[in-house]
Design a protein around this ligand. Structure first.
Ligand code: 2HA
Ligand code: ZN
Length: 269
């Protein structure tokens, strides 16, 4: 019997990840095992589940994350494909619980599926979010083509240069990604340094950050909201690139037009 059976809220949360994973594949952002998703599902865990034996021995996270005490996460499996997760989330991802020392996790799921290689960065971001009292429960990493292409020049890595171009392409971008796009310089995938730099960027008040020449990392209340932010930003990047492909530098909305948008919609400054 699956751990999701008779647990509607947990099942809904896991199947929402599956839906988002399908979109990532369809968008062309999730080649092979590319990308990862983790969702804090603690609120959906009941006493029976808490009493279940672990399928795995405790494994080291690599960090001590005190705010994750008693927390549970759904995580994409390492080497698993988003397109497979879309069909079968429990064979291509697993549920883990953080042990009381806040330095290890164990798998409590349908079978042993080892979590994503980006687990240290994902979990340290969740730890940071909980410490801050944030309502965000999901983190998403994927490889959106046009946004990654934009990180291949230093011009767009300077603070808020890309953000301002993307905001100015279509009003929706500022309305739905009002904090813009942070930039993290190239660092090895899965490294502690990348995790640390990602948190610093999120702490600088970004919900979405680019990892230079690699991909994007987004946090939000749930995985669909995180996906939407990436989708909106990448759409703006596509419009920018389409204009460039027609042979001109797009004018973009003016600063005054963008200020008007912020005032009328009450967007964060
Ligand atoms: O998990 O995208 O950055 C596959 C990746 C690592
Ligand atoms: Zn990646």
């Amino acid at each position: 019997m699956s751990i999701l059976e008779n647990r509607k809220a947990l099942s809904d949360a896991v199947w929402q990840v599956a839906e988002a994973a399908g979109y990532l594949w369809t968008k062309g952002w999730a080649e092979r095992n590319g990308g990862n998703i983790t969702v804090n599902v603690t609120e959906h865990v009941d006493d029976d589940m808490r009493a279940m034996p672990a399928l795995s021995e405790p494994r080291e996270i690599g960090f001590v994350l005190p705010h994750l005490k008693g927390c549970w996460f759904y995580c994409k499996g390492t080497q698993k494909r988003m397109r497979d997760l879309a069909r079968d989330p429990m064979a291509n991802g697993s549920i883990i619980r953080i042990t009381d020392d806040c330095a290890h996790y164990e798998i409590v799921a349908d079978s042993i599926v080892n979590p994503t290689s980006e687990l240290p960065s994902h979990l340290s971001v969740h730890n940071y979010l909980l410490a801050k009292g944030s309502p965000y429960r999901a983190s998403l990493h994927t490889h959106p083509i046009e946004l990654v292409a934009m990180t291949h020049t230093n011009r767009f890595l300077e603070k808020d240069v890309a953000t301002n171009i993307l905001w100015s392409m279509i009003p929706e971008t500022k309305a739905f990604c009002p904090r813009g796009l942070g930039m993290v310089p190239y660092m090895l995938a899965g490294s502690k340094e990348l995790a640390k730099a990602t948190i610093e960027a999120i702490d600088d008040d970004y919900d979405v950050v680019m990892w230079e020449k690699h991909g994007i990392f987004a946090v939000d209340v749930d995985v669909m909201a995180a996906f939407d932010q990436v989708d909106v930003l990448n759409k703006a990047a596509q419009i920018y690139i389409s204009a460039k492909n027609m042979g001109f530098e797009p004018d973009g909305m003016t600063q005054a037009q963008m200020r008007e948008l912020s005032d009328v919609f009450g967007l964060p400054k």
